[in-house]
Design a binder for this molecule. Structure first.
Ligand SMILES: C[S@@+](CC[C@H](N)C(=O)[O-])C[C@H]1O[C@@H](n2cnc3c(N)ncnc32)[C@H](O)[C@@H]1O
Length: 97
């Protein structure tokens, strides 16, 4: 989820990487930035509901600073409101299915 490619290099054996983000602008910018690199694809998607992605279709999922975005309105990550807790739970279910 939301993985930019300077962090997972293709030289380390990852030949097909799908990056996601909820922001169309973000996806468009990264698509343009990495347009010359092979093996990358892009998806505008909400990490709390990724029904467009089939079950068990990834070997690995990397979450990098996206759960933080779900917690942005909270004062403490250890004491979140019910809505935030449900959204984080949904995102974790999406990662593990
Ligand atoms: C701190 S940035 C991390 C960016 C990227 N992972 C990186 O390593 O540079 C958080 C990102 O989460 C995205 N985001 C926020 N809520 C989201 C959601 N519900 N689903 C998917 N992406 C979301 C934002 O658009 C933003 O690009």
């Amino acid at each position: 989820m939301c993985v930019w490619h300077e962090h997972i290099s293709l030289q380390r054996g990852f030949h097909h990487i799908v990056s996601t983000d909820i922001s169309k602008v973000c996806i468009a910018k990264q698509q343009e930035r990495y347009r010359d690199l092979p093996g990358l694809s892009w998806l505008c998607s909400d990490m709390t509901n990724m029904s467009e992605i089939s079950r068990s279709s990834f070997d690995a999922v990397v979450e990098k600073a996206t759960l933080d975005a779900l917690l942005a309105a909270e004062k403490s990550p250890w004491d979140v409101n019910e809505v935030t807790a449900k959204r984080v739970h949904s995102a974790l279910l999406e990662i593990s299915r």
